[in-house]
Design a protein around this ligand. Structure first.
Ligand SMILES: [Fe+2]
Ligand SMILES: [Fe+2]
Length: 177
């Protein structure tokens, strides 16, 4: 049996760590708006671009293809995984809202949308780590998942994802003091 840290589900866990760090940065920048600082449009454009292109376009699509579908092949539809999918669809609709409010120059609304988005994303990540990842570690074949991740990892989408990881580190560093 594969040890927990050797299972390739750890790839998704590592992506969660980066996403959580960006969510913390979003909350900190939103706190500044709550305390009267002006909007930094570059921050919100970069943060929302990371959420759209990395969280939604890269991380969530691989979660659905490589974790949720294989688990559902074993168990059939599960309520908890249906909720995960519904979160992904909901985030696609909400993900741009802080940036739209920032572009409209509305600091109060930007902060409110940002706190709401960060809170819901965190809950989603915790649910995945509590339910989806343990099921995937138990029931998704580690070698097949490793091969599938390696295949995706050779393509242009993976190179794009690495650029977006650099963007995330820029976002984290750019929160104002
Ligand atoms: Fe997810
Ligand atoms: Fe996730």
């Amino acid at each position: 049996m594969t040890a927990p840290n050797d299972h390739p589900v750890a790839t998704f866990q590592a992506e969660h760590c980066l996403i959580l760090s960006v969510l913390d940065a979003i909350d900190r920048e939103a706190d500044l708006l709550d305390h009267g600082k002006t909007i930094d449009p570059d921050f919100w454009h970069s943060a929302c671009r990371f959420l759209v292109e990395y969280c939604h376009g890269w991380h969530e699509s691989r979660e659905e293809d490589l974790l949720i579908r294989p688990v559902e092949r074993v168990f059939g539809p599960l309520h908890a995984l249906k909720e995960v999918r519904e979160d992904h669809e909901r985030f696609e609709r909400m993900i741009q809202t802080p940036c739209d409010s920032a572009d409209a120059g509305d600091a109060v609304e930007t902060a409110a949308r940002a706190h709401e988005l960060a809170g819901q994303f965190r809950s989603h990540i915790h649910q995945e780590q509590a339910v989806l990842f343990p099921l995937a570690r138990e029931h998704v074949n580690a070698e097949e998942l490793r091969d599938a991740l390696a295949l995706v990892g050779e393509g242009p989408a993976a190179r794009r994802a690495h650029e977006l990881e650099d963007l995330a580190r820029t976002v984290i560093r750019s929160v104002r003091a």
